[in-house]
Design a protein around this ligand. Sequence first.
Ligand code: GLN
Length: 197
Amino acid sequence: MIIGLLGIQGDLEEHAEATRKAFLSLGLEGRVLLVRTPEELRRTDALIISGGESTTMWKLLKKSGLFEDLRMYQNPLFGTCAGLILLASGGVGDSEKTGQEFLGKIDAVVNRNAFGRQRESFSVDIEFDDFSSPFHAVFIRAPVIESLGPRGEVLSTYNGKIVAARQDHVLITAFHPELTDDVRVHEYFIRMAASSK
Ligand code: GLN
């Protein structure tokens, strides 16, 4: 399996490392491909969109033509933080003001920087779907998922806010699972991607 990593911005090396480790721990064959062109995107079986600055990422994707290719992309997707914002279907609050477009890959309305200025970055143990122990989640100027469509499934909440969700083969997390040594969320995505083939 080839997992693409959208190479625009963000913790690319950390995501690549976490994905490689997750392939190993699952005992699956797979590799990571940095994606910067439509050609590279076509070679992937699934794609991760990292954090960064969502409006900047949107502008760069528009410029390179990748935005339209991503709209058509049918394979499994995993968006973290700014990646979550791009995959969403709409925005409220700050996300509405910027006028950025959304890929609409998951029926979710998001609000960027929703944890406010006082708590820009923090980390906390959260429950995640069926994980047998909490996951240490790192939040950096994180968005929240304000609402999910009827096909969406909440995977994690923090302080009453949805911070991880999935719909079919699209996974989104408001936090950065690539910033800890725990690769269970990457394993979760790989399993999702493998089972949708
Ligand atoms: N606040 C950023 C945005 O709105 C996301 C931050 C992140 O990806 N760590 O794009």
